[in-house]
Design a protein around this ligand. Structure first.
Ligand code: NAD
Length: 502
């Protein structure tokens, strides 16, 4: 059986670890590969390679670093089909969605191509007589990225294009559930001209992660995953003096106002709730319907769209499915337990996805689209992130009650409002406690040149990923104040012991 190895110092590195994790094709339920769970010593080896490569890469002109990114972008485009098929075979999402994922990552590479401009720093002439001030945005050193299963290409590409373009070196620890993409990205970076050791991949679990969090050579840690792990990552990395951004889980609500365009909202809600089998951190999992009439109408429309949804494998000959399987058999069981708890706690199960059978794929990890009505805030299916194709409708009498409900939830990643009223939309975007807001847009994922991140327990650390925050995260500012003898001669030569003022 093929073993997914590490990538250290510009080549595949055979691991000596005796620990492995199985990698499945979620559409068939078969194990297709195994991935090595690297030891602490192997992780330290990857850090050492990145540390050794740092001085030369940091001194490489930003223009040259950008040119590597330009080539990498072209290679991503050339290899799009292979990348999307690989994502689908390990994650399960449908082919076109996998292409969308690579494209969103590629857009961060495009952003990183502009690094000579983005990393220019600031300059002020004559801050005093003959005195100038300018800032240098310098790289940090070795940076680490620890990424989740649900976007095996896009989430690593939220991180490393900007880290590398700004002159850092990188160690990626991909999810052990779909690890192959990390190695393909490493090979493409090498083909694009990235020097050996600048980008390394260590596959593994907590043992590898703990080394990345504590090794003094690692300067910054970017993490995306579930909230309990994000809290652990943030506190451990911070306690070891590292810069850290840790993005966690979500429970994204939208408010559906009675004046919304219901057909448009229904289609948007369908895609946002069930796309990628609900395994997106920006998936919509709660609709807060204002008024019973709005809720009844929405449920009627959702039911008729769910009836014609096609669930099946991610890559097929002929017309594509709408939704693929979930990541693992354990995750399928967990989602089904949530559905059972919803029924036990009194929610109305309108559509039940637990017993779905896909012909020819009976062992695949499929859960059908599931819809609950009359969900209330004390229910587990309301409080917790399910990360599956389960949509909850909460009925509220008015907008204000809906807003307060959203603001009370512990997560604050994304949110949306569906309305035709500009004043309500504006008020909502001002008052809602969430990091990313959609107005008639169900999954408001910011573009690469903006920054992505939530609020509350959806994020730990002050800087979001990509965009200007990404550049800030991967650089540290040095401000240089300078003057030259000619201007000094204009002033007195005596020492001054007071705080300099200009
Ligand atoms: P996860 O937290 O289980 O795993 C994420 C990473 O952490 C993986 O690389 C994993 O190997 C590592 N990890 C797991 N347990 C660990 C431990 N005990 N110690 C150290 N490292 C550990 O998350 P997942 O199941 O892969 O991904 C789904 C979660 O990610 C969801 O909660 C989802 O909302 C979240 N997510 C958030 C965003 C965002 O931008 N906020 C984006 C994508 C996914």
């Amino acid at each position: 059986m093929e073993t997914v190895q590490n990538f250290i110092q510009g080549q595949i590195s055979e691991s000596h670890s005796q620990r492995f994790a199985p990698v499945f094709n979620p559409a068939t339920g078969e194990q297709t590969r195994q991935v090595v769970l690297s030891s602490a010593a192997e992780t330290a080896e990857a850090i050492a390679a990145a540390d050794k490569a740092f001085p030369a890469w940091a001194k490489t002109s930003p223009l040259k670093r950008a040119r590597v990114m330009f080539k990498f972008k072209a290679l991503l485009e050339q290899n799009m089909d292979e990348l999307a098929r690989l994502i689908s075979s390990e994650h399960g999402k449908v082919y076109s969605d996998a292409v969308g994922e690579v494209t969103r990552g590629l857009e961060v590479v495009e952003f990183a191509c502009g690094i000579p401009h983005l990393q220019k720093g600031e300059h002020s002439a004559n801050v005093g007589t003959g005195v100038d001030s300018h800032s240098l945005m310098q790289p940090l050193g070795v940076c680490a990225g620890i990424t989740p299963f649900n976007f095996p290409a896009m989430v690593p590409m939220w991180m490393f294009p900007i880290a590398l373009a700004t002159g850092n070196t990188f160690v990626l620890k991909p999810s052990e559930k779909d690890p192959s993409l990390g190695l393909v990205l490493a090979e493409l970076l090498k083909e694009a001209g990235l020097p050996d050791g600048v980008f390394n991949v260590v596959n593994g679990d907590k043992e590898a992660v703990d080394v990345l969090l504590t090794d003094p050579r690692v300067q910054a840690v970017s993490f995306v995953g579930s909230t309990p792990i994000a809290e652990y990552i943030y506190s451990t990395a911070s306690a070891h003096g590292k810069r850290c951004q840790a993005l966690g889980g979500a429970k994204n609500h939208c408010i559906l106002m009675p004046d919304a365009d219901l057909d448009m909202a229904t289609s948007a809600i369908m895609g946002a709730a069930y796309g990628a089998a609900g395994e997106r951190c920006m998936a919509l999992s709660v609709v807060v319907a204002v008024g019973d009439e709005t809720a009844d109408q929405l449920i009627g429309k959702l039911k008729s769209q769910i009836d014609v949804m096609k669930v099946g494998p991610g890559v097929v000959e002929g017309p594509e499915n709408d939704m693929g399987p979930v990541i693992s058999s354990q995750h399928k069981d967990k989602i089904c337990e949530y559905i059972t708890s919803g029924v036990e706690q009194g929610a109305s199960l309108v559509v039940d996805g637990r017993d779905i059978r896909i012909e020819g794929h009976e062992n695949g990890f499929f859960v059908g689209p599931t819809l609950f009505d009359n969900v209330s805030p004390e229910m587990t299916i309301y409080q917790e992130e399910i990360f599956g194709p389960v949509l909850a409708i909460v009925r509220v009498p008015d907008y204000q009650t809906g807003l307060e409900l959203i603001n009370r939830h512990e997560y604050g990643n994304g949110t949306a409002i569906f309305t035709r009223d500009g004043e309500t939309a504006r008020q909502f975007s001002e008052d809602v406690l969430a990091g990313m807001v959609g107005i008639n847009v169900p999954i408001p994922v910011p573009m690469a040149f903006h920054s992505f991140g939530g609020w509350k327990r959806s994020v730990f650390g002050p800087l979001n990923v990509h965009g200007n925050d990404g550049v800030r995260f991967y650089t540290r500012m040095k401000t240089v104040t300078s003057r030259w003898p000619a201007s000094v001669r204009l002033e007195q030569h005596s020492s001054s012991f007071v705080m300099p003022t200009m």
